[in-house]
Design a protein around this ligand. Structure first.
Ligand SMILES: [Zn+2]
Length: 270
């Protein structure tokens, strides 16, 4: 029904459709969701809502896509430089550079916590598990990037501890575990499965074709439940199987790179 979109001269697209975001309910006064590939300006192989800066896409397009995500969230989104660790950054205001523009990164960390309305938090993924957290009553929100290493080393308890320090009650926290590689697809060597399962037994899995695998979202859910999180929603979509999302593994199988989608959360400005 639409004419072909005009090019912006960078291979990007002008007048792109708004972002398609899977909204999740983390409580009153909290806006949260998981972006899809749809609604950005980047061309193949990052088409189109690529939010990751380190995947060889043009930075101007990525910042434009991040602005689109911020518009959806109704708050400027802060992202960290994710390093598969367990460090947590706490933000008290939307981070800006000297010119007032959003910063590309708030530093090396795999989780971010905020207690101020209008501070948007984002976590970038393409098979790893994006985790969104909120204690709506206390006014504390958080995001975590749970890949194989971060999960095994405890990024989920780390972000919950920082939320508790910021005033949250873990029993009041509602969590959303987002689209990620599922335990029937995420094949790994047997030794790697054993190593991760030693730290996080719920991750032990087998692919649909019978080889060793890891179920990272199951490991995240188990960590959340063990910590006492009262309400866990699992958006049960597999990034490798579902091409609405970016998937590093699916792209690598096709010999190409790909983009990053995001989990987003913010306390609404009343
Ligand atoms: Zn799968």
């Amino acid at each position: 029904m639409n004419a072909r979109p005009a090019s912006d001269g960078r291979g990007g697209v002008l007048d792109a459709a708004p972002p398609v975001v899977l909204e999740v309910d983390l409580g009153p006064g909290v806006r949260a969701g998981f972006t899809t590939r749809t609604g950005g300006v980047s061309p193949e192989p990052w088409d189109s809502l690529n939010l990751g800066l380190n995947v060889t896409d043009d930075a101007t397009r990525v910042r434009s896509n991040r602005a689109r995500a911020s518009t959806w969230l109704e708050a400027p989104v802060a992202f960290s430089s994710q390093v598969h660790g367990t460090d947590v950054v706490r933000l008290g205001s939307p981070p800006r550079d000297a010119d007032g523009a959003p910063v590309d990164s708030v530093g090396e960390a795999d989780a971010i916590v905020a207690t101020v309305p209008g501070v948007g938090l984002g976590v970038l993924v393409a098979d790893c598990v994006p985790v969104l957290l909120a204690d709506a009553a206390a006014g504390v929100v958080g995001v975590a990037h749970a890949g194989r290493r971060g999960l095994a080393h405890g990024v989920v308890p780390a972000v919950l501890e920082e939320m508790r320090a910021a005033g949250a009650r873990v029993g009041n926290v509602r969590a959303a575990v987002g689209p990620s590689a599922c335990g029937r697809c995420y094949e790994v060597p047997a030794t790697m499965r054993d190593d991760v399962a030693l730290a996080r037994p719920a991750t032990r899995s087998t692919t649909s074709w019978g080889t060793p695998a890891l179920d990272l979202p199951a490991g995240v859910v188990a960590d959340l439940v063990a910590a006492g999180v009262g309400d866990v929603v699992h958006v049960d979509a597999c990034t490798i199987e579902d091409d609405r999302f970016f998937s590093h593994r699916r792209a690598a199988r096709g010999g190409t790179t790909t983009g990053r989608f995001a989990g987003l959360v913010a306390l609404s400005v009343a």
